[in-house]
Design a protein around this ligand. Structure first.
Ligand code: GRF
Length: 229
């Protein structure tokens, strides 16, 4: 199968046995989608045994959607403003995702809080990236808060999603030093660069079934480092 995220760029046979065996990754975004891009690029460049099934956004104007389309990736929009309740939005989002039958769902700058039922539905195959060293600074404005707290190091975390916001078993973290004179923007830019390294790594581990959750902690079965610094 062609398009971004194919293990074989030469394969054009839709019923190819190899392609049918590939894992499908659906990526959820709300905005520019730079983490989405890093996953798509790694999937192609490293020839993962996976393809990007679709990019789904809750905002029709999300810049990442156009980028995904330009790479030949299917896109879908479930606009949260069209729904009267969070449950109704979650239900339609789940319906859209289930129609794509993904093995993995990656939240990449997806800025909606998802309800318990949604999270439980994808438990163990739902990843998120957060721009802090969790459990420090869950929620918004992480770089501003890290600076205000006088942190000397901050970073980013990829974790399995659980019903509690920005919690859940930690897959990999990147540690980023806070420099004198940093602003939320300069610090955020350095953290983002590292996000682009660790998120594809985490998704690939999940594609390759290299992760095991034991007592709420994630073990990388090949012993690869789960800290990037
Ligand atoms: C990233 O910093 C991510 O950690 C956070 O939202 C931002 C999304 O950026 N959850 P992008 O849309 O991937 O460029």
């Amino acid at each position: 199968m062609m398009g971004a995220g194919g293990a074989s760029d030469d394969c054009r046979e839709r019923r190819c046995v190899h392609c049918a065996a590939m894992k499908s990754v659906v990526i959820l975004i709300s905005g520019r989608g730079s983490n989405m891009r890093s996953i798509v690029q790694a999937c192609d460049a490293e020839r993962w045994n996976a393809r990007i099934g679709a990019v789904v956004s809750n905002r029709p104007e999300a810049a990442g959607l156009e980028n995904a389309r330009s790479r030949g990736i299917a896109t879908a929009v479930v606009d949260h403003r069209q729904f009267a309740s969070r449950d109704a939005f979650d239900a339609e989002l789940a319906r859209t995702i289930d129609a794509l039958a993904p093995d993995i769902v990656a939240l990449a700058g997806f800025m909606r809080i998802l309800g318990d039922a949604f999270v439980r539905r994808y438990e163990g195959r739902l990843l998120n990236i957060h721009p802090s060293l969790l459990p420090a600074f869950p929620g918004l404005r992480t770089h501003e808060r890290a600076l205000a707290a006088g942190c000397k190091v901050t970073g980013a975390t990829v974790h399995f999603v659980t019903p509690q916001l920005d919690h859940g078993p930690i897959v990999i973290q990147a540690a980023v030093p806070v420099l004198a004179g940093d602003t939320p923007d300069t610090l955020g830019a350095r953290v983002l660069e590292r996000e682009h390294l660790i998120y594809p790594r985490a998704v690939r581990w999940l594609v390759d079934e290299k992760l095991r959750i034991e007592d709420g902690r994630v073990r990388q079965l090949d012993g690869e480092p789960q800290l990037d610094f």
